[in-house]
Design a protein around this ligand. Structure first.
Ligand SMILES: NC(=O)c1ccc[n+]([C@@H]2O[C@H](COP(=O)([O-])OP(=O)(O)OC[C@H]3O[C@@H](n4cnc5c(N)ncnc54)[C@H](OP(=O)(O)O)[C@@H]3O)[C@@H](O)[C@H]2O)c1
Length: 249
């Protein structure tokens, strides 16, 4: 028997992306705009997202930006409100913003632990809180959370960072099980070229990560994974994607 799955257009969706000023977020914005989606970029460095959005428009894409600090629930609310005012709906939120100041636990960099919890966990929850009522009222939507291979395995210097990414996967799976209308996808990147290692303040750890980055993938590899998940028909929910460089252990 041939079963046909009803589909909406694979392009033209309203896609909000947090942390779009560099790395994976910026690459995802460019990739999705190339596919015909309307992207709405958020980050703290507003001049950078303004420049990325302007460049996307120059290439013929549809892009706008709004300042965003994901640790501040009101800032997230204003970001989502601005996108909805502009487009009338929210189809996809890509919770991508993240920080990774790796260090050993006995270095006691407690402020950095708290920063990772605030950005990587609270930021994702703030995003979900801002869009979920809208998506429920629409009867459809899609939340894409960027986790990490560190959300699948624990490693030295990555105890707290990994804990935040395990948390992202747990939150995503809970949301998925609670949802019959909103799709939930977790994308877990391995080593990917970006500015992420620059947030490491421990010199030894930063040098080690920079050395590992020699085998890193381009950020476009993760953007392609996000585009694949978004491009499926509404009745098809891609739940988990792990993408590593071939040479990564
Ligand atoms: N690169 C990798 O190897 C790798 C591997 C696994 C997972 N990841 C995950 O991929 C995601 C993107 O990271 P990336 O590798 O692309 O690093 P990146 O180049 O450093 O980008 C991080 C982004 O997060 C934004 N950000 C940080 N704090 C924020 C805040 N409080 N509010 C709003 N935006 C904030 C930054 O923008 P502003 O500073 O302008 O605010 C920036 O756009 C993260 O969740 C990271 O954990 C990356």
């Amino acid at each position: 028997m041939i079963v046909s799955v009803p589909s909406t257009p694979a392009s033209g969706r309203i896609v909000l992306i947090t942390g779009a000023s560099s790395g994976i977020g910026q690459a995802t914005a460019r990739r999705l705009a190339e596919s015909g989606h309307r992207v709405f970029l958020g980050a703290r460095r507003v001049e950078r997202i303004a420049a990325v959005a302007a460049d996307i428009r120059t290439q013929g894409g549809n892009a706008e930006h709004h300042v965003l600090d994901v640790t501040d629930r009101r800032s997230m609310g204003a970001f989502v409100h601005a996108a909805r005012e502009r487009h009338g709906r929210i189809d996809v939120l890509v919770n991508n913003a993240g920080v990774m100041p790796l260090s050993r636990l006995d270095a006691l960099k407690v402020d950095e632990w708290n920063q990772m919890i605030d950005v990587n966990i609270r930021g994702v929850l703030h995003g979900i809180a801002a869009v979920l009522p809208i998506m429920r009222s629409q009867g459809e939507g899609h939340i894409v959370n960027i986790a990490s291979v560190s959300g699948h395995r624990a490693d030295p210097t990555a105890a707290v960072y990994g804990a935040t990414k395990f948390a992202v996967r747990a939150i995503s799976e809970g949301l998925r099980q609670e949802s019959r209308d909103v799709r939930v996808t977790v994308v877990s990147p391995g080593l990917t070229h970006s500015d992420l290692a620059e947030s490491i303040t421990d010199p030894g750890t930063r040098d080690a990560v920079r050395a590992q980055m020699q085998i890193a993938m381009p950020a476009s590899a993760i953007a392609d994974a996000v585009a694949y998940a978004i491009g499926q028909p509404p009745a098809v929910d891609v739940n988990e994607i792990v993408v590593r460089p071939t040479a990564q252990a």
